[in-house]
Design a protein around this ligand. Structure first.
Ligand SMILES: NC(=O)c1ccc[n+]([C@@H]2O[C@H](COP(=O)([O-])OP(=O)(O)OC[C@H]3O[C@@H](n4cnc5c(N)ncnc54)[C@H](OP(=O)(O)O)[C@@H]3O)[C@@H](O)[C@H]2O)c1
Length: 258
């Protein structure tokens, strides 16, 4: 199979690294020259990667085309390209909905929206797919854990929670920095915090633990975890997560369905 990516930014980089690390059998991966640094670095990783200057050439040479540009760029450049009904279009673009994608590509079917996240480079992480599509699911099953969604409106909930990536890393950074301020070397601080949160997530996942129970089980009555979670609750930390999610989904709905 030959595949092509329009846009070579962060998410293209992660997906292609995942493909290289996976068992997927892909004969050729066409990528656009933009971004130059990323496309050059990717090319150096595999002979199967070919850089093309022209977005149309990427479409013409590929049987699956991944749209990985920002919404603004997408709205500017995709209308000018010719898409073909026998080729699969997989869009990673957050705020261009299915109706708009059909209009932009002039196609009625073979369009799928997918939400990959950077850990796809490690072949890890959830991959929501809308609408359900057996071939696309089979492909992304090799790159992470697929979740098929029937309703586009519901898929916005996953986009919303995926916006918690940067806030999550900010928590790790804040705690790591706190350790540094208290005399721990930066390397050790980062290592400790990253391993701590990795282990906690793995524990929650591996034993399919009920998250509410997990919050309870991880507190000793009168202990330090109890103090921390209660203090953060009182300060509105968790309520803010909900409020922020509500704001994000509002923005997404406005951009997609107005
Ligand atoms: N990052 C994520 O975690 C993530 C997750 C899921 C979905 N997405 C979605 O994926 C899309 C891309 O996100 P990203 O984070 O990868 O953004 P990004 O790093 O900004 O990448 C966008 C890419 O588009 C390129 N580009 C700009 N104009 C172009 C043109 N005319 N032709 C071809 N390429 C062009 C840019 O090149 P230059 O650098 O040269 O301008 C850049 O390589 C967005 O719609 C986003 O919503 C992102």
């Amino acid at each position: 199979m030959k595949i092509g990516f329009i846009g070579s930014g962060q998410i293209t980089k992660a997906v292609i690294e995942g493909i290289i690390n996976s068992k997927l059998k892909i004969a050729k991966i066409y990528i656009s020259k933009r971004n130059k640094k990323i496309s050059r670095n990717l090319k150096a990783k595999s002979k199967r990667i070919i850089i093309l200057k022209d977005n149309q050439e990427i479409i013409d040479k590929s049987s699956w085309i991944f749209l990985a540009v920002t919404p603004d760029v997408g709205n500017k450049i995709l209308y000018k390209l010719k898409f073909y009904k026998n080729k699969m279009i997989i869009s990673f673009i957050s705020t261009i909905n299915m109706t708009q994608l059909k209009k932009i590509t002039g196609l009625k079917k073979n369009i799928v929206r997918v939400i990959p996240l950077p850990p796809i480079a490690l072949c890890k992480g959830p991959v929501p797919i809308y609408p359900p599509n057996t071939k696309v699911k089979k492909f992304f099953d090799k790159l992470g854990t697929t979740v098929q969604i029937n309703n586009e409106n519901l898929s916005l909930n996953f986009w919303t929670t995926s916006a918690m990536m940067a806030p999550f890393y900010e928590i790790l950074y804040t705690l790591s920095n706190w350790l540094v301020k208290n005399g721990i070397k930066k390397d050790n601080a980062q290592k400790y915090i990253s391993y701590l949160f990795n282990a906690l997530s793995e524990d929650a996942l591996k034993y399919k633990k009920n998250l509410k129970k997990l919050v309870k089980q991880s507190q000793t009555p009168g202990g330090l975890n109890e103090q921390a979670v209660n203090d953060l609750r009182k300060a509105g930390f968790y309520n803010l997560l909900e409020k922020t999610s509500n704001k994000i989904i509002k923005r997404l709905k406005k951009s997609q369905f107005n």
